[in-house]
Design a protein around this ligand. Structure first.
Ligand SMILES: NC(=O)c1ccc[n+]([C@@H]2O[C@H](COP(=O)([O-])OP(=O)(O)OC[C@H]3O[C@@H](n4cnc5c(N)ncnc54)[C@H](O)[C@@H]3O)[C@@H](O)[C@H]2O)c1
Length: 380
C-alpha cells in the first residue's frame, strides 16, 4: 500500500431529530449570521425548512435566504449568492439540500473572497480563504457533506468543472435520514448509483490497498441491498440511514485510501452530459457511462475487474457481473444508454470536444479523444 495522507475535518451529526442542534452549533462557534442556500422548495414540503428556521431562531442566529439552486448548479447562481453574502456581511454559509445546494454553498463560501470564482475552477487562482460552511443534507448521494469538493456548471462555456480545497470542507454536516423519505425512488436510486460510482472510481486503481478494498466491497454490497429495500418501502428508516452513511463514506476519503487518487474518467465524461443537458441527473448519467467503461476496459484487461465480479456480485466472470450490474440499475428504473438519457447521436462530436476540454480524462488509464468517442458509441 502506498504512503498516504488523510484528514477529514467535518463533524457529522447523524440521526433522526438532529437538525435541532444546528443553531446551537453555530452559536458555539461564535457565528452570529449566515446565508442559507436552498433549492427549489422541496425543504418547505418535507418540514426541513421549518426545523432549520426554528433551530436558528432559537439560537438567535440571523439568517438570509438564498433560494433557487437548480440540479446541476450554475455559476450564475453562485455569483448572485456571493453578492448577497457580501451585501449582508454574513459570517457563514449554510447549505440545506442535496449535492447541488451544498456545492453551491461551498463555492459561495470561497467566492466571496475572489474577484472571479471561475478562476479557481480553471486553475488560474487558488482558494486562500473561505467562510465556514455548514450543511443539512436532504439527499444522500454525492458525499459533498463531508468532503472538500464542489462541482459547478459554467453555462457560457458549457463546462461542468470541479474545485477542491481543504478550506471548503463543511465544519458540520447534519444527516437526518428520515427527511429523505420524501424522495421519489428515482432520486434515491440516482444517489445510490452516484455513491457506487465514487467507490468504483477508486476501486480499480490498485489492488494492494487490501483494507480499503475490503471496506469498498462492503459499501458497494450494502448500497445495493439498502436501495433494494427502499424500492420496496421508501419509509424503511434502517435502510435509509445505512444508505446515507454509505454515500457519505463513499466520498469522504475513506473509500480511496491507498488507491492512487482514483481514475475519475467516468465522472469527467458524465459532467459533460449534464453540462449539455442540465436535465440529466448526475447519478443517472453515471449509471450509463460506468458499465460501458467497465465493458470497454475489461476487454483489454479482465483481471483488473475480477475482484469486483467476485466480491460484489458473487460471479467468477466479469461479463456476468457486468450483466448483473446493468440489470440492477435497470430494475431501479435508471437509463440504460445515452439515447435513453435523451442524448442524440449527432451531439456525440460536440460531447467529445467538450469532454476533451478537461485537462485529462482518466488518471489511471488516460483516454484520448478517439477512445472517448469509442466509449460513447458503446454507451449509445
Ligand atoms: N461535491 C461533491 O463531492 C460531488 C460529488 C458528486 C456529485 N456532485 C454534484 O452534485 C450534484 C448532484 O447532487 P444530488 O445528487 O445530491 O442531487 P441534487 O442536489 O441535484 O437534487 C436532486 C433533486 O432532488 C430534490 N431533493 C433533494 N432532497 C430532497 C428530499 N429530501 N425530498 C424530495 N426532493 C429532494 C432536489 O430539490 C432536486 O430537485 C451534481 O451537480 C453533481 O455533479 C458533487
Amino acid at each position: 500500500m502506498d504512503a498516504f495522507s488523510f484528514c477529514n475535518p467535518t463533524r457529522i451529526e447523524f440521526g433522526v431529530g438532529t437538525i435541532r442542534k444546528l443553531g446551537m452549533e453555530l452559536k458555539k462557534a461564535d457565528i452570529k449570521s449566515c446565508l442559507m442556500v436552498a433549492g427549489g422548495g422541496s425543504i418547505k414540503k418535507n418540514g426541513v425548512y421549518e426545523q432549520v428556521c426554528e433551530s436558528l431562531e432559537k439560537a438567535e442566529i440571523h439568517f438570509v435566504e438564498g433560494w433557487g439552486v437548480q440540479p446541476n448548479p450554475t455559476l450564475e447562481k453562485v455569483i448572485e449568492l456571493c453578492e448577497l453574502a457580501k451585501r449582508e456581511k454574513v459570517e457563514a454559509v449554510l447549505g440545506v439540500g442535496g449535492g447541488s445546494v451544498i456545492d453551491t454553498a461551498k463555492t459561495v463560501s470561497a467566492g466571496v473572497f475572489l474577484q472571479d470564482i471561475w478562476n479557481a475552477f480553471s486553475g488560474k487562482e487558488k482558494i486562500r480563504n473561505a467562510l465556514p460552511v455548514y450543511t443539512v443534507l436532504t439527499l444522500s448521494a454525492t458525499g459533498s457533506e463531508m468532503n472538500g469538493n464542489a462541482v459547478i456548471t459554467n453555462t457560457k462555456t458549457m463546462q461542468k468543472w470541479g474545485i477542491y480545497s481543504p478550506l471548503i470542507y463543511p465544519r458540520l454536516s447534519i444527516i437526518d435520514p428520515s427527511v429523505q423519505s420524501s424522495l421519489p425512488f428515482k432520486q434515491t436510486a440516482n444517489g445510490a448509483m452516484d455513491a457506487m460510482a465514487h467507490i468504483l472510481e477508486y476501486y480499480f486503481a490498485d489492488d494492494r490497498a487490501i483494507a480499503t478494498l475490503a471496506i469498498d466491497d462492503a459499501l458497494l454490497k450494502t448500497i445495493v441491498e439498502m436501495t433494494d429495500r427502499l424500492q420496496n418501502n421508501s419509509g424503511d428508516l434502517l435502510a435509509r440511514g445505512n444508505l446515507a452513511w454509505c454515500a457519505t463514506l463513499a466520498l469522504n476519503g475513506i473509500s480511496g485510501i491507498g488507491l492512487k487518487g482514483g481514475d475519475w474518467a467516468c465522472h469527467d465524461i458524465q459532467h459533460a452530459f449534464s453540462a449539455l443537458h442540465p436535465e440529466i441527473a448526475h447519478g443517472e448519467g453515471l449509471g450509463v457511462i460506468f458499465p460501458a467503461w467497465i465493458e470497454y476496459m475489461s476487454e483489454k484487461d479482465p483481471t483488473r475487474f475480477l475482484r469486483w465480479a467476485k466480491n460484489v456480485w458473487d460471479e467468477e466472470n466479469v461479463s456476468r457481473a457486468l450483466h448483473r450490474f446493468r440489470d440492477k440499475l435497470e430494475s431501479w428504473g435508471l437509463a440504460k444508454s445515452l439515447r435513453d438519457l435523451g442524448i442524440k447521436e449527432l451531439e456525440l462530436p460536440q460531447l467529445v470536444k467538450l469532454i476533451m476540454t478537461s485537462p485529462r480524462i482518466g488518471m489511471v488509464s488516460r483516454f484520448t479523444a478517439v477512445e472517448v468517442e469509442s466509449l460513447l458509441m458503446l454507451a449509445f
